[in-house]
Design a protein around this ligand. Structure first.
Ligand code: SF4
Ligand code: F3S
Length: 104
Protein backbone atom coordinates (compact mmCIF):
# COMPACT_ATOMS: atom_id res chain seq x y z
CA UNK A 1 0.00 0.00 0.00
CA UNK A 2 0.92 3.63 -0.28
CA UNK A 3 0.67 5.96 2.72
CA UNK A 4 0.23 9.69 3.21
CA UNK A 5 2.93 11.17 5.46
CA UNK A 6 3.90 14.36 7.32
CA UNK A 7 4.36 16.55 4.25
CA UNK A 8 0.61 16.46 3.57
CA UNK A 9 -0.30 18.14 6.85
CA UNK A 10 -1.64 21.66 6.16
CA UNK A 11 -0.58 21.40 2.52
CA UNK A 12 -3.47 19.18 1.49
CA UNK A 13 -3.22 19.87 -2.22
CA UNK A 14 -5.64 17.03 -3.04
CA UNK A 15 -4.24 16.33 -6.50
CA UNK A 16 -4.00 12.75 -5.28
CA UNK A 17 -7.75 12.17 -5.06
CA UNK A 18 -8.23 13.05 -8.70
CA UNK A 19 -6.04 10.22 -9.95
CA UNK A 20 -6.80 7.35 -7.58
CA UNK A 21 -8.64 4.63 -9.54
CA UNK A 22 -10.24 3.16 -6.43
CA UNK A 23 -11.09 6.38 -4.55
CA UNK A 24 -9.39 5.33 -1.34
CA UNK A 25 -8.50 8.76 0.08
CA UNK A 26 -10.15 10.01 3.29
CA UNK A 27 -10.24 13.58 4.49
CA UNK A 28 -9.30 15.01 7.86
CA UNK A 29 -9.11 18.68 8.76
CA UNK A 30 -5.40 19.05 8.01
CA UNK A 31 -4.49 16.06 5.86
CA UNK A 32 -5.72 13.14 3.81
CA UNK A 33 -5.01 9.48 4.43
CA UNK A 34 -5.16 6.34 2.29
CA UNK A 35 -7.16 3.29 3.32
CA UNK A 36 -4.49 0.56 3.18
CA UNK A 37 -7.01 -2.20 2.60
CA UNK A 38 -8.50 -0.44 -0.42
CA UNK A 39 -5.29 0.83 -2.05
CA UNK A 40 -4.33 -1.38 -5.00
CA UNK A 41 -0.71 -0.24 -4.96
CA UNK A 42 -0.86 1.28 -8.43
CA UNK A 43 1.51 4.12 -7.50
CA UNK A 44 -0.29 6.69 -9.65
CA UNK A 45 -0.80 9.16 -6.80
CA UNK A 46 2.82 9.33 -5.66
CA UNK A 47 4.18 11.65 -8.40
CA UNK A 48 1.01 13.76 -8.41
CA UNK A 49 1.55 15.13 -4.90
CA UNK A 50 3.29 18.54 -5.05
CA UNK A 51 4.40 18.09 -1.43
CA UNK A 52 5.88 14.62 -1.99
CA UNK A 53 3.78 13.36 0.87
CA UNK A 54 2.84 9.97 -0.57
CA UNK A 55 5.25 7.06 -0.20
CA UNK A 56 5.11 3.27 -0.62
CA UNK A 57 5.05 1.52 2.75
CA UNK A 58 7.95 -0.61 1.59
CA UNK A 59 10.18 2.33 2.52
CA UNK A 60 11.64 1.96 5.98
CA UNK A 61 10.42 3.89 9.00
CA UNK A 62 6.85 4.35 7.84
CA UNK A 63 5.15 2.06 10.38
CA UNK A 64 3.77 5.03 12.31
CA UNK A 65 2.27 6.47 9.12
CA UNK A 66 0.78 3.18 8.04
CA UNK A 67 -0.95 2.93 11.41
CA UNK A 68 -2.19 6.51 11.18
CA UNK A 69 -3.53 6.00 7.65
CA UNK A 70 -5.32 2.80 8.69
CA UNK A 71 -6.82 4.33 11.82
CA UNK A 72 -8.13 7.56 10.33
CA UNK A 73 -9.33 6.15 7.02
CA UNK A 74 -11.81 4.19 9.11
CA UNK A 75 -13.07 7.38 10.78
CA UNK A 76 -12.88 10.18 8.21
CA UNK A 77 -15.14 10.70 5.18
CA UNK A 78 -14.14 9.54 1.73
CA UNK A 79 -12.93 12.27 -0.65
CA UNK A 80 -13.00 11.79 -4.41
CA UNK A 81 -12.97 15.34 -5.77
CA UNK A 82 -10.22 17.91 -5.40
CA UNK A 83 -11.10 21.06 -3.49
CA UNK A 84 -9.05 24.24 -2.98
CA UNK A 85 -5.85 23.73 -1.01
CA UNK A 86 -5.38 25.86 2.14
CA UNK A 87 -4.30 29.42 1.34
CA UNK A 88 -0.97 28.95 3.10
CA UNK A 89 -0.31 25.53 1.61
CA UNK A 90 2.82 26.63 -0.25
CA UNK A 91 4.24 28.30 2.86
CA UNK A 92 3.72 25.10 4.84
CA UNK A 93 5.52 22.95 2.31
CA UNK A 94 8.49 21.02 3.66
CA UNK A 95 8.16 22.19 7.24
CA UNK A 96 9.49 19.56 9.64
CA UNK A 97 7.56 17.83 12.38
CA UNK A 98 4.09 18.84 11.30
CA UNK A 99 2.50 15.85 12.98
CA UNK A 100 3.54 17.04 16.43
CA UNK A 101 2.71 20.68 15.72
CA UNK A 102 -0.56 20.56 13.87
CA UNK A 103 -2.19 17.16 14.00
CA UNK A 104 -5.01 16.90 16.44
FE1 SF4 B 1 -4.96 5.13 -5.03
FE2 SF4 B 1 -3.05 3.92 -6.45
FE3 SF4 B 1 -2.42 5.85 -4.72
FE4 SF4 B 1 -3.23 3.49 -3.83
S1 SF4 B 1 -1.34 3.90 -4.97
S2 SF4 B 1 -3.90 5.47 -3.09
S3 SF4 B 1 -4.75 2.92 -5.39
S4 SF4 B 1 -3.65 6.08 -6.61
FE1 F3S C 1 -1.79 15.68 0.66
FE2 F3S C 1 -0.33 15.57 -1.48
FE3 F3S C 1 -2.74 14.65 -1.57
S1 F3S C 1 -0.39 17.23 -0.02
S2 F3S C 1 -3.82 15.93 -0.12
S3 F3S C 1 -1.12 13.86 -0.34
S4 F3S C 1 -1.72 15.78 -3.16
Amino acid sequence: TYVVTDNCIRCKYMDCVEVCPVDCFYEGENMLVINPSECIDCGVCEPECPAEAILPDTESGLEQWLELNAKYSAEWPNLTTKKDAPEDADAMRGEEGKLEKYFS
